[in-house]
Design a protein around this ligand. Sequence first.
Ligand SMILES: O=C1O[C@H](COP(=O)(O)O)[C@@H](O)[C@H](O)[C@H]1O
Length: 269
Amino acid sequence: MSSEAPAPSKKATEPILYGFPSTDDLSQALANFVLAAQDEALKKQATFKIAISGGSLPKVLGKNLIGRSDVPWNKWEVFFADERVVPLDHEESNFRLNDENLFTHVPIPRQNIHVIDTSKLDDPEAVADDYEKQLVASFVGSSSIAFPRFDLVLLGIGPDGHTCSLFPGHPLLNEMDGWVAWLDDSPKPPPTRITLTYPVLNHAHRVAFVSSGESKQEIMEKVLDHPEEGLPASRVKVISPGRVYFFSDEAALGRVKYERTKFEDSSKL
Ligand SMILES: O=C1O[C@H](COP(=O)(O)O)[C@@H](O)[C@H](O)[C@H]1O
């Protein structure tokens, strides 16, 4: 059984692990964390720029964000950490999952939700280029920047350790220049996808991985206790003062020895 340390006892480069007794406790804390990141961003700029994943995340994310009356949704600007190159109403679309679990329930202006260009579905390179242009239009002001800096990136972890659409052993793990990459050989269906690259993830103000359920025990142990294995999720190393967080329920952490940090008032972000 691992110990729980008061925040923040970790070195700035080490991930912070928050463990919760239930998925609902996780979801509640995640909502508070997201809103604290939003508040911090809006003190400095006009919009809160967040990248969201698909998979199991949208349900956990939406559950406790929907219905919050204190959220300036019109100031949210949403991108996808990765997207499957399918129509937006396709059952495998990450947009669709987030739409069902969050967007249709809250008044984020539709033009602030950056979706893929579905007129180019047979050309994933063009889809990736278009998505990169949307990032450039949002992040690049009068001066040029090497990489965009999201206020918050929310990621999942697949059973093989993939995150975004960055899969174990895939050449895209070595992409260090582009902002958005594409692949048509994803080992998990559907094969054609676009994804943010490591340098974009690593330039974020904060990246939070979200995982829940017993089926994630084995992979959480590998990612947190054996980062030397170099699985895609373990390779996210946010540049200081940015930080990596893990939000997991204890069902997912059954085998994990990595030290938990007590989740306190998220306004101390
Ligand atoms: O294919 C994908 O999988 C990951 C992980 O999904 P999960 O269901 O195991 O949480 C997800 O984060 C990513 O957005 C998605 O495209």
